[in-house]
Design a protein around this ligand. Structure first.
Ligand code: AQP
Length: 336
């Protein structure tokens, strides 16, 4: 199995869909871990633009969002010289391997994916086959690069299990072709919830703008969204499953400040939600300000983005081609 550099480091891979502006959920659940892991591992980060078309959008919006998401990855500090940072559609092997893996995935196991059930309800007017086979494309994304670890939020755990099952099935038939990936779920922030419906996860494609904090929201917008977050009538800052709104804000505050829940409860004992929300808003604004500044700086430099994306695609394609060639041979395609 080939890895990007050497055998002592782990290969870490993660993608983000270009389906909107990334949220605080994406940041706390995934991006923050990516940044930390990039220092010590061989990392491959991708903008999943192929995944994004499972939901219909205007071509110009997809293009803009893909570039913005790519700029956001660079702004996180993922060094494009040391890591591979690219756009999925620039490497044709993703789609090619996905087709092969489709034929090694059972309809029944794909039908069990809860995100398909969720998304097909949310987009009932466009329940396309891509929405259903999305996890198989995701398996191809991961398996092409021999990823050891895949940092994801809780919502993607089931998809990763499917990737493992398909890889094990394929290896069982043809020998050790794929490395079996492990999920990496951060200790905190693995599931940041909607600010308006705290029983649902925070999602960048939520039609209710007040439900999520976008990483590019101006500070005053961010503050307003946090102040209007749904809580409860108890007016006590306490972490508990029956207080999902307050617990979610506590998680966000904890991720941004490093304070644990007991310290947060003590800090706000006897104080109302007004004070608490103001502190959460300030902590989020502080956490995101440097990222937003860097993002704006990078986004203004289109030549730099294009250069990094072209180099990233070239490095990714080199690795992907090797794996795909092996797969094609094992399956029995006539080689020329
Ligand atoms: N609310 C969340 N809390 C923690 N982690 C999250 N992630 C997403 N939402 C949360 C993690 O972010 C990474 C990139 O996600 P993605 O954009 O590729 O796909 P997604 O999980 O479908 O995210 P969204 O925001 O909900 O997108 P849409 O609205 O387009 O469906 C993943 O590691 C994910 O776990």
């Amino acid at each position: 199995m080939d890895t990007p550099n050497n055998e002592t480091k782990k290969t870490v891979l993660s993608f983000v869909q270009a389906s909107g502006t990334p949220t605080l959920g994406n940041y706390l659940g995934a991006f923050k871990n990516w940044h930390d892991m990039a220092a010590e591992n061989d990392c491959i980060f991708g903008v999943a633009d192929l995944h994004a078309i499972t939901v219909r959008s205007e071509p110009k919006d997809l293009r803009r969002r893909s570039v913005e998401m790519y700029a956001m990855l660079l702004a996180l500090g993922l060094d494009p010289e040391k890591n591979i940072v690219f756009l999925q559609s620039h490497v044709a092997e993703h789609s090619q391997l996905a087709w092969v893996l489709n034929c090694y995935t059972q309809f029944g196991e794909a039908s069990r994916m809860t995100q398909f059930k969720d998304k097909s309800q949310r987009h009932a007017d466009n329940v396309n086959v891509g929405l259903f086979t999305y996890p198989i494309l995701m398996a191809a994304d991961i398996l092409l690069y021999g990823a050891d670890q895949v940092p994801v939020g809780d919502d993607q755990k089931q998809h990763l299990e499917l990737a493992r099952d398909v890889a094990e099935r394929f290896n069982g038939l043809y020998g050790e072709v794929f490395r079996i990936p492990q999920p990496y779920i951060g200790k905190k922030g693995a599931k940041i919830l909607s600010l308006q419906e705290p029983e649902k996860k925070m999602s960048k494609s939520d039609p209710n703008q007040k439900a999520f904090i976008s990483l590019t929201d101006p500070t005053d917008v961010m503050v307003k969204k946090i102040k209007s977050a749904v809580t409860d009538s108890e007016a006590v800052v306490r972490y508990s499953p029956d207080k999902p709104g307050v617990s979610n804000l506590m998680t966000i505050y904890s991720c941004c400040t490093g304070k644990d829940f007991a310290a947060i409860e003590a800090e706000f004992a006897g104080r109302g939600y007004g004070d608490f929300k103001a502190a959460v808003a300030e902590a989020v604004a502080e956490e995101l300000r440097p990222l937003r500044d860097e993002y704006e700086h990078i986004l203004a430099d289109k030549a730099y983005i294009e250069k990094c994306a072209a180099e990233g695609a070239q490095k990714a394609a080199y690795l992907a081609r090797k794996t795909l060639r092996k797969v094609m041979k094992k399956v029995g395609f006539y080689q020329i």
